[in-house]
Design a protein around this ligand. Sequence first.
Ligand SMILES: Nc1nc2c(c(=O)[nH]1)N[C@H]1C(S)=C(S)[C@@H](COP(=O)(O)O)O[C@H]1N2
Ligand SMILES: [Mo]
Length: 351
Amino acid sequence: MGREGRVRRRAGRRTNVALLVLLVLAFATGWAAFGTGTATPGWIVTVLHGAASLALVLLVPWKSLIVRRSRAFRSASWHAAAGLVLGVLVAVSLLAGVVHVLGGFRSYAGLTPMQVHVGAAMLAVPFAVLHVLRHPQLPRRTDLSRRTLLRALWLGGGAAAAYVAVEGVARGLSLPGQDRRVTGSFEVGSDRPEAMPVTQWALDAVPRVDVATWRLRVGVAGRQVAELDQDALLAMATDEMRAVLDCTGGWYADQRWRGVRLDRLLPASLPPDARSVVVVSVTGYARRLPLRDVPFLLVATHVGDRPLSVGHGAPARLVAPGRRGFWWVKWLDRVVVDTRPWWWQPPFPLQ
Ligand SMILES: Nc1nc2c(c(=O)[nH]1)N[C@H]1C(S)=C(S)[C@@H](COP(=O)(O)O)O[C@H]1N2
Ligand SMILES: [Mo]
């Protein structure tokens, strides 16, 4: 191979490595953005997510050079087809992300841009893994030159400019995008619970709960310490708090909630080694939270002075201020304090 070919190959590898780094960064910050609530400086994560994703677009001209020169592409092999599918999925995810950012929370033909954004990204994962296994691109020491650093800075600057441009379009055209929260979510139905979407994380569904036989069970370290029927719970439901339910599906609502603060349902003295509380739905959906959060958590029976609707979690749901919607377990069955650390669970629900 001549000198020219070597230089070209090195430039190609650098582009591929940069694409891989950006893809991983975009994917990781996407999930991290799902994890951030109100309390954390969530905007860093979402801005990084947007910028890394836009940087991918900036590399398209270089990547298309590599693709056109590739032997697999010219001979139209199956792994070239898989690579093409990967490219299309990433493009669809990116485009849907931008549509969400600019157009707000709404559906097009039954799907929201956020659903397409996340769905396409998840579908892309196996193709990305296949592609990287097929074309491993290990960075080399010689890649760490001043020139690479300069190019990385240019790319970072370009990504920042692209991010600002998208924001500018939203503002300049007064698109819904200018009013999104740091999490990327749009306001829907604040102080109008009836207008708030009913939504489940992934596979769960609104159950049928018989309130006559329903009980909220409270457990500590494997022992049941209380059992309340609906009347008993309603008699205690005098605590109020305002809190924002911010769904990773791309909307949020600020509501006034009423119910019983979780610490009032627990015994005054807990075992010294107790560390977390797991909140379980009648459907089996569950989240575990640190014990120190208990004074800020509400077992809600009402929203905006009206009893919760079945869709929104009746007879009782968790209100977890500062946490994304997937923590707000609906249709409570039991709350159990035990010694496990709160992070002893999948980072996101599996149901
Ligand atoms: N049991 C149960 N609770 C759940 C969910 C679920 O799938 N099952 N989804 C969570 C998610 S992702 C959100 S955003 C909120 C939505 O609450 P809403 O339907 O009252 O708007 O409920 C949370 N509580
Ligand atoms: Mo959600």
